[in-house]
Design a protein around this ligand. Structure first.
Ligand SMILES: [Zn+2]
Length: 415
């Protein structure tokens, strides 16, 4: 973690500032803390492999004891949830190899980690809506001079869409150490990861951010009222209004896979005590995105639309630049590298190559089958077009494939 990140961290329990306890074991390098102990008025927390762990769950407490004993290697093992022995040794060998991919490391963490669908995340229907809404809102409220936080952001897929818009780089907060560790290395390089318990007060200073967001996770938070109050606190007190954004919250009135503990549209709105939010049915936002834009955040969806949509997006802000139509951004140079969407199989056919859409499972198709509305079943292209991959830019025929999401800007060393 960067030492200057301490200025926005606060203890979740006493609200006090956190500082490095110099008298206890620590390792620092330049302007970064690699391992050590942070202290406030009431307790102490570990920094493990550069990631502050700001909660008191059992693994965090054990990790803190290992750091204090001068064993940061054991602290990291505990935070990854690895048992001592062959499993952790195999994982550490993969993690230490510079050529390892995101997929290699996910595999080394074992079958209970992540599920199998991360590989397809960048073209799934939930993601493309979240990406468009987050980018439009972030561009409006951050103005290139303020910071965003992605709460419960997992392994950083949506955090990635904040890169270049949040300055300083975005903070990624999640309960799971392994996920934010992966995000920093692959999916959202440059982000500042922090381990946080979303059911406790958030360990950040009032007004530290211009945008506080959470996508595809809010229905799994039990303390929803506290969480929204905390998001509002994180953007309070600045001269320019910030925004709170909750994307892809499931709707209590409509069943969906991995339903969680969702609320009704009006109950989500009632969580906001200081600024009236707008609640959007995601079907309309999805239609805007696959239609090529604009993404119309000036719309006011009525109960008829909200009640029957499985997923909702909620934005609360007084910033005048948010609730307007937003052009979708033009195709930019890759943050990572352009590669063929992993949902496509590649068949050689002479000088031509046939790409066919293949879902990894029936479950995937059930949950994300709406991607058929923008991903063609089959496309044939000149072999020379694909020979240019991986590419930093998508130009000529590649630009067309990238616009159709057959070619994606994926993290370097993703799979
Ligand atoms: Zn404290």
């Amino acid at each position: 973690m960067r030492i200057d990140t301490l200025s926005i961290l606060r203890c979740p329990y006493c609200g006090g500032r956190l500082s490095l306890v110099d008298s206890l074991f620590h390792r620092a390098s330049g302007d970064a803390i690699l391992d050590g102990i942070l202290g406030c008025h009431c307790c102490i927390f570990p920094v493990v492999d550069g990631i502050p762990v700001l909660h008191l769950q059992p693994a965090a407490t054990t990790a803190r004891e290992h750091v204090q004993a001068g064993r940061p290697d054991l602290a990291r093992r505990v935070m990854f949830g690895l048992a001592d022995g062959p499993q952790s040794e195999a994982f550490e060998a993969v993690a230490a190899a510079p050529a390892s991919t995101y997929r290699d490391i996910v595999d080394a963490l074992g079958p209970t980690f992540e599920g199998g669908y991360f590989l397809y995340r960048f073209s799934d229907p939930t993601y493309i809506v979240a990406q468009a809404v987050v980018r439009a809102t972030a561009a409006a409220v951050l103005g290139g001079t303020r910071r965003a936080i992605d709460l419960c952001g997992g392994s950083g897929h949506v955090t990635r869409s904040l890169l270049g818009l949040s300055s300083p780089p975005p903070v990624l907060a999640d309960l799971y150490f392994a996920k934010v560790w992966l995000a920093r290395r692959f999916t959202a390089p440059g982000c500042e990861p922090v381990c946080v318990d979303g059911n406790a007060p958030l360990p950040f200073a009032r007004g530290a951010f211009g945008l506080a967001m959470c996508t595809d996770a809010f229905m799994f938070i039990w303390t929803k009222r506290q969480f929204v109050g905390e998001m509002a606190r994180l953007i309070e007190g600045q001269a320019v209004p910030g925004a709170v954004l909750i994307g892809h919250a499931h709707n209590e009135r409509v069943w969906s896979p991995s339903h969680g503990n969702p609320l009704t549209p009006e109950a989500y709105a009632d969580l906001f005590e200081t600024v009236e939010p707008r609640v959007f049915a995601e079907a309309g936002l999805f239609a805007d995105v696959i239609g090529g834009g604009p993404l119309d955040l000036s719309r006011r969806d009525g109960p008829d639309l909200l009640d029957r949509d499985p997923a909702l997006t909620i934005i609360a802000t007084r910033h005048p630049g948010v609730f307007t139509p937003h052009a979708l951004p033009p195709l930019a140079p890759a943050i990572g590298e352009f590669r063929v969407n992993p949902l496509y199989t590649i068949e050689e056919a002479g000088d031509r190559v046939r790409l066919r859409l293949r879902f990894p499972s029936d479950d995937y198709e059930q949950e994300y089958g709406a991607c058929r509305r923008y991903l063609p079943d089959e496309v044939t292209v000149d072999r020379a077009v694909l020979d240019a991959l991986p590419a930093a830019r998508a130009e000529g025929p590649l630009a067309d494939l990238a616009r159709r999401r057959i070619v994606l800007d994926l993290p370097t060393r993703y799979y």
